[in-house]
Design a protein around this ligand. Structure first.
Ligand code: COS
Length: 378
């Protein structure tokens, strides 16, 4: 792995950092407070090429690779974790269509995803009764004369209320992983109802909804990839998505560490800045070390994906370590702030709420350990 960024990666990281500072960060506290969706910011992300960082330029993507994507994700998450997850899922949907879609599907959907016409994409795999055990999903798609009819419920669908395109997994065959297929469903398709947004602990500026499919008819051309290969499509997409969440966690953790450093230098106790005390210094040192390790794991997984090498295990290792480390880092940042860190006056309180989900979504820490353990034992 090359530890030096190339010109493209540096350019993407710099422009994402600049956009994050100018546009994303100033709105973060307000989004958290009001739960508003960052529509204008998402349009800005599209203009910056950040809704399709790893997509080909002929589809409107930045064609900048997976490492660039991870770097950009970290920069946006450092400014606003809610905006970052909105961006992450849209990139993930674009990559699924690019990797598994027909030429016609790519042509129809990718420019609208990268250009912001769809605003966002949504990834509809989880269900009320099937999260970690994704192969147990019960939404069905039945063949009809002119296409498919989808019935069922989806849960925890990020961007669902603002997505122009949904990637939907449904059962088209028998039980288990082999009976699942993937469909592309456009917003406004009759039979698709968007539920009420969840009232979440963190990421309050992101949109998370349940979906109901009630005799939702889609044409034959909505089938993505071959019938029955849906579970593999989901797993491969999640492998990539886990690199994104790892990068997001690193961004939130970095913001928390920077806030803790600034506070520790400023806050006086016992006649001197608390940064003079070893107890505080060791917390800062541990946080810096863990974030640095997380960054290297994340860039390693991204590099493997970019080269076309196997990266399932490395993505899980990166996601597991980064998300758990970032939770520790945010916790320490609150501790360093003392009582002030527990109030909404200081951003570390938001970082701690926002970072919490990173050990849960796109595969819990327990699922990552399962993937890693299987690989260790194989
Ligand atoms: N890439 C490609 N194919 C994969 C894969 C991957 N990363 N992981 C599994 N598969 C394939 C397997 O090779 C197998 O195919 P064959 O039957 O042809 O050999 C098939 O998929 C079934 O795999 P497996 O038996 O491992 O499935 P399990 O039901 O045991 O599930 C885990 C495996 C736990 C890894 C999976 O269910 C998972 O990742 N769950 C978490 C889901 C998640 O992250 N949800 C978050 C919400 S989505 S936003």
């Amino acid at each position: 792995m090359d530890l030096e960024l190339n010109e493209t990666q540096q350019l993407i990281a710099d422009s994402a950092r600049d956009f994050a500072a100018r546009v994303v960060a100033p709105r973060a506290a307000e989004l958290d407070k009001t739960g508003a969706f960052p529509t204008e910011t998402v349009r800005g992300l599209a203009e910056q090429g950040l809704l399709g960082v790893n997509l080909a330029s002929r589809w409107g993507g930045a064609e900048a690779g997976v490492v660039s994507y991870a770097l950009a994700m970290t920069e946006i998450a450092k400014a606003c974790a809610s905006t970052a997850v909105t961006m992450a899922v849209t990139n993930m949907v674009g990559e699924v269509v690019q990797a598994f879609g027909s030429e016609a599907q790519r042509e129809e959907h990718l420019p609208k995803l990268t250009g912001g016409e769809y605003l966002t994409g949504a990834f509809a795999l989880s269900e009320p009764g099937a999260g970690s055990d994704a192969a147990a999903l019960t939404t069905v798609a039945k063949k009809a004369d002119d296409g498919w009819v989808i019935d069922g419920q989806k849960q925890w669908i990020t961007n669902g209320g603002y997505a122009g395109l949904f990637v939907v997994w449904a059962r088209t065959g028998g039980p288990g992983a082999k009976g699942i297929s993937t469909f592309l469903v456009k917003k406004g398709t009759p039979g698709l109802t968007i539920g009420r947004p969840e009232n979440k602990h963190g990421l309050r500026g992101s949109n998370t909804v349940p979906l109901t499919f009630d005799e939702c008819r889609v044409p034959q051309s909505a089938l993505l990839g071959e019938e029955g290969m849906g579970f593999r499509v989901a797993m491969m997409a999640l492998d990539g998505g886990r690199i994104g969440i790892s990068a997001q966690a690193i961004g939130i953790g970095t913001a928390a560490l920077e806030a803790a450093v600034a506070y520790a230098k400023d806050r006086q106790a016992f006649g001197r800045p608390i940064a003079d005390f070893q107890a505080i210094q060791w917390m800062l040192a541990d946080s810096r070390t863990e974030l640095e390790a997380a960054r290297l794991l994340c860039l390693r997984a991204a590099t493997l994906k970019e080269r076309g090498a196997a990266f399932t295990r490395e993505a899980s290792i990166s996601k597991l370590f980064s998300s758990e480390a970032a939770n520790r880092v945010c916790n320490r940042a609150v501790q360093i702030h003392g009582g002030y860190g527990y109030t909404r006056e200081f951003p570390v309180e938001r970082y701690l709420r926002d970072v919490r989900i990173t050990t849960i979504y796109e595969g819990t820490s327990e699922i990552q350990r399962m993937v890693i353990a299987r690989s260790v034992l194989s």
